[in-house]
Design a binder for this molecule. Structure first.
Ligand SMILES: C[S@@+](CC[C@H](N)C(=O)[O-])C[C@H]1O[C@@H](n2cnc3c(N)ncnc32)[C@H](O)[C@@H]1O
Length: 216
């Protein structure tokens, strides 16, 4: 098992994270035991952060002990891997607007004390102000206002703090070319963030761009 980032491993071309809740799975992923430890396979086709890593992400701001604000938690697929990475010293504030998805997310939280589920609209961060400062804001909301949402949630970051966003062009405007949408989103973000890395998620996700951002 080769550690490629702190808390992220690779073996035989597959990504893994060390299972923070040994004996449990989240989305039918494979489990591998090595050196008395249990690792969960991180499927890039099921996770935009996983696919960004497979596509060559150079800098990984989420690490053991990180405090992460995760917007668009859904049923917890990627959140569970972030929970594995940050471990017992870290925290994942998982914001999700759908009560239906939240029901499944709560089952994941039962085994993972480092995830704090929040049923809220990521466009209204004043509703979860008590989260306080975080190290990283991660956003995967597939929503037309995703750039504006990221800017609003930058309030939780200090200067130099990191953000990651998966931009789904089809959710913003199906009539425009993805490149036009990406340029528009980057323009909206540029007052608040500098772009550190820009990664196309093809072939794992069609028409998705992943950005690593740093708060100005
Ligand atoms: C593409 S899915 C996220 C998948 C998830 N990040 C993963 O990798 O496991 C997008 C999620 O964003 C949620 N969402 C959409 N608009 C939202 C909003 N305004 N606030 C919070 N969550 C939102 C949707 O309900 C959906 O669960």
């Amino acid at each position: 098992m080769r550690e490629i980032f702190r808390g992220v491993y690779e073996e035989g071309g597959k990504l893994y994270t060390l299972n923070f809740a040994p004996g449990t799975k989240v989305y039918g992923e494979d489990v591998l035991r090595a050196g008395g430890k249990e690792y969960r396979s991180w499927m890039p086709s099921r996770s935009k952060l996983g696919s960004a890593i497979k596509k060559g992400l150079k800098e990984m701001p989420i690490m053991p002990g990180s405090k992460v604000l995760y917007l668009g938690a859904a049923t917890g697929t990627t959140v569970s891997h972030v929970s594995d990475i940050v471990g017992g010293e870290g925290e994942v504030y998982a914001v999700e607007i759908s009560a239906h998805s939240m029901k499944s997310l709560l089952q994941v939280c039962e085994h993972r004390g480092n995830i704090i589920p929040i049923l809220a609209d990521a466009g209204r961060p004043q509703e979860y102000e008590e989260v306080g400062g975080v190290d990283v804001v991660f956003e995967d909301v597939a929503h037309p206002d995703q750039a504006e949402m990221m800017v609003k949630n930058a309030r939780f970051l200090g200067k130099g703090g990191y953000a990651m966003i998966a931009i789904k062009s089809q959710s913003i405007d199906v009539t425009k070319r993805p490149e036009e949408i990406y340029a528009r989103v980057e323009k909206e973000l540029e007052g608040t963030f500098e772009v550190v890395e820009r990664i196309s998620l093809e072939p794992y996700e069609r028409d998705h761009l992943f950005l690593l951002l740093r708060k100005k």
